[in-house]
Design a protein around this ligand. Structure first.
Ligand code: AMP
Length: 280
């Protein structure tokens, strides 16, 4: 498996593949790959002739007091995992390759970018949209694969792809969880053993919400209040948001209908975690 470092190399690889009759799949990641990323790579492999995995810790999506400097960087292991799950190339550019000196162009998806995670992480979705636009323009994939884990990100990127008339189809893959339910995240390595236990509250409230909805409860206020009540019994957890929204617009809705997004974000110690469910 090849490691590509420049946009020119990635574009050439993609164009050669397409000339050879292959469809191109792209899996954008920040590395520290785990089984959640692996599921995206396998999904890409199952529907595309050639798969590129990008590994890039994108500085513009981190706030000034966030974990950019300490975010886990494990390129050798990432390449091994990517190859084992069928990737043909890993694209691992230097920061200057995607942000040349003087870079002044950003992609802002207005409105959506200020909701949910965007509300507590100003500039986060601007950074995400910008880097994913750069990756889509560089790789020219037929399909790009993202996790439902970052459901608000999916909404922002769908809007961006539609607005910019980018050719790539956005494919969303289910959340991969540990055996005890915790959603896999590269940030789980930050959790102490005690915090790891506390973090389970996120998946528990998601599961409880699914059960309430299955039992017929559809009122946003009731579903949200029940989750906030559970979080209140865990003083070590600091809730960022509990929301029921329209998945396309990220605007709050009063009633859960099929396709609505119920999502939570909370700090467990210094680590911010997210989880969600799409109402069935
Ligand atoms: P990241 O490296 O955290 O930027 O994530 C790269 C991609 O992997 C994003 O599309 C995430 O939504 C996806 N992803 C992260 N964790 C999971 C998970 N537990 N299950 C499924 N997809 C995930």
């Amino acid at each position: 498996m090849q490691i590509l470092r420049t946009v020119a190399e990635l574009r050439q690889w993609s164009r050669e593949g397409r000339r050879g009759g292959k469809t191109i799949g792209l899996v954008p990641t920040m590395g520290a790959l785990h089984a959640g990323h692996a599921s995206l790579i396998r999904a890409a492999k199952a529907s595309c002739g050639l798969v590129a995995v990008s590994v890039f810790v994108n500085p513009t999506q981190f706030g000034p007091n966030e974990d950019y400097a300490v975010y886990p960087r494990t390129l050798d292991a990432d390449c091994a995992l990517a190859e084992a799950h069928g990737a043909n190339v890993v694209f691992a550019p230097a920061v200057e390759e995607l942000y040349p000196t003087g870079a002044a162009t950003f992609v802002e998806v207005e409105g959506l970018s200020n909701r949910m995670d965007g509300a507590s992480r100003p500039g986060h979705f601007r950074g995400v949209a910008t880097v994913v636009a750069k990756l889509l323009i560089a790789a020219e994939p037929d399909r790009a694969f993202f996790g439902q884990k970052d459901a608000a990100q999916v909404a922002v990127l769908r809007r961006m792809v539609a607005d910019l008339r980018l050719a790539a189809e956005i494919v969303v893959c289910p959340i991969v969880r540990e055996g005890d339910g915790l959603a896999l995240s590269s940030r789980n390595v930050y959790l102490s053993a005690e915090e790891r236990m506390q973090a389970l509250t996120l998946c528990r409230v998601i599961l409880a919400t699914e059960t309430r909805v299955a039992g017929g409860e559809r009122r946003a206020g009731t579903l949200i209040a029940a989750v906030i009540e559970t979080f209140a019994t865990e003083p070590e957890i600091c809730v960022d948001y509990v929301e029921l929204v329209n998945w396309a617009t990220l605007e709050p809705v009063e009633t859960a209908i099929p396709g609505s997004l119920f999502a939570v974000a909370a700090w467990v110690g210094a680590t911010r975690l997210i989880d969600n469910t799409i109402i069935g």
